[in-house]
Design a protein around this ligand. Structure first.
Ligand code: GAL
Length: 430
């Protein structure tokens, strides 16, 4: 082998060696790639004031239906205690005005929804949802009209509540041979008999004042009748006239038969007095039916309060989609549940309300609610003042203030002047 070829082979060998060495060079450790973060948990925050037994139980029924469909969504049950939302509405306002809306919130159908939130551009229209779900065919025309504004739908009604119910303890009534009073005269005569027996005639729990405003709307409807009552909200009935004066006088007499500690009690604590037989009657909305159910009270009786036979003072709880809601996709599914037959049939029998839909199965409801369904179909329907249907929130606030003073000083003339001024401030009266 020539020296030249040896050199050549050596050269090749060295080249191969260099290649092998290069291949054996320690490979830099792969930079650890961080695994992608798990998808953010899906959430849905539902804001309401449903904290008492029947209220909370109804809400959970709808959550159960939602979570069965969407088990990966965590529902945040944002409740603020206080009947009729007297505390919750304050919190809600702070959040909405501060740009921190909950995903969906409880809001009364009527002026509360429209004047407070829709007109001021805080809500998303729900026309597509109504169309997809065919809700224009299952909600009564009157209900569809009240959740509409400017040609669009703005919230989904989950129920219909009745404000004018006189609740009593059937056992106490039977033991004493009493029957529910149909007129104011009968009410006061019965109240005297109750007083003589050491029973508080009227249980009232008006912490937050709204329950007295609620009582007043029932007394107004019972004194004025449905047409004149309706005229109060349009300016056709004179707030300074003799009928309103009469209603205030009836209210004074009623308050004289109420428990002295009413301003310290909630509506459900007042109902406890009836359950315990310490009070004879309470005048409150039909969420009392749910309270009685939750408290397993079986001796509950009901009747229209004086003068309101054939009148149904209505209100409705609804849910919508606020602008800027953090989880709009989840909200739409929530609203589908709230408006569905399945959702309403699960919610309402335990909530003490009837369906806003007209196709629910009556057999799922207890005797009180079955009677309410019949009344809803045939009575004169008028809007509730205390629960956002009849008047704007600012008008209701003014009336709340008038009532706060009135329940203490019982000054009819002063209260009537205040009510008239409230109507003028609302620009409904001249
Ligand atoms: C009403 C509400 C009802 C019931 C009641 C007492 O305003 O519409 O659903 O909860 O308050 O809290």
């Amino acid at each position: 082998m020539s020296a030249k070829s040896i050199a050549f082979r050596l050269f090749i060998l060295l080249g191969v060696l260099a290649l092998i060495l290069a291949a054996c060079k320690p490979v830099p450790a792969p930079t650890p790639t961080t695994p992608p973060p798990p998808p953010a948990p899906k959430k849905l925050e539902i804001f309401s004031w449903w904290t008492t037994g029947g209220e909370a139980a109804g809400l959970l029924k709808m959550f159960d239906i939602y979570n069965a469909k969407f088990p990966d969504v965590e529902i945040i049950n944002a409740t603020v205690a206080g009947g009729a939302g007297f505390e919750a509405k304050v919190v809600l306002k702070t959040r909405m005005l501060g740009g921190d809306p909950p995903d969906s919130f409880q809001v009364h159908m009527g002026r509360e929804l429209i004047d407070t939130w829709v007109v001021n551009d805080y809500m998303e229209p729900l026309d597509d949802l109504f169309k997809e779900e065919g809700w224009d065919k299952v909600f009564p025309p009157g209900v569809l009209e009240i959740v509409s504004y400017d040609g669009h739908y703005w919230s989904v009604p989950v129920n219909i509540h009745r404000a004018n119910v006189l609740w009593y303890n059937t056992k106490v009534f039977a033991d004493n041979g009493w029957t529910p009073p149909a007129t104011f005269e009968e009410f006061f005569a019965l109240a005297e008999q109750m007083k003589a027996k050491g029973i508080t005639p009227l249980a009232l729990g008006d912490v937050g004042i709204w329950a007295s405003v609620h009582l007043f709307e029932v007394v107004l409807a019972g004194t004025l009748g449905p047409e004149k009552y309706n005229g109060l909200w349009t300016g056709e009935t004179d707030w300074g006239g003799p009928e309103v004066k009469q209603a205030l006088e009836n209210m004074v007499k009623m308050l004289e038969y109420a428990n002295a500690d009413h301003s310290a009690l909630s509506w459900d604590q007042a109902n406890d007095l009836v359950i315990q037989g310490k009070a004879g009657m309470t005048i409150m909305g039909d969420w009392v039916d749910a309270d009685n159910l939750a408290k397993k009270f079986a001796d509950s009786g009901w009747a229209p309060p004086p003068g309101t036979q054939g009148v149904f003072i209505a209100l409705s709880d609804t849910f919508g989609l606020p602008k800027g809601a953090p989880h709009p996709e989840q909200v739409k599914e929530w609203l589908r549940v709230a408006g569905s037959k399945e959702g309403q049939e699960a919610f309402n029998p335990v909530k003490g309300s009837i369906c806003a839909r007209n196709d629910c199965d009556a057999a799922l409801f207890g005797p009180y609610l079955q009677s309410a369904m019949q009344d809803w179909a045939k009575d004169a329907i008028v809007p509730s003042l205390a629960h956002g249907a009849a008047a704007s929130e600012s008008w209701v606030t003014y009336i709340n203030d008038v009532m706060t003073v009135f329940v203490t000083d019982l000054d009819v003339a002063k209260a009537q002047a205040g009510l008239l001024q409230a109507c003028k401030d609302a620009e409904v009266c001249k």
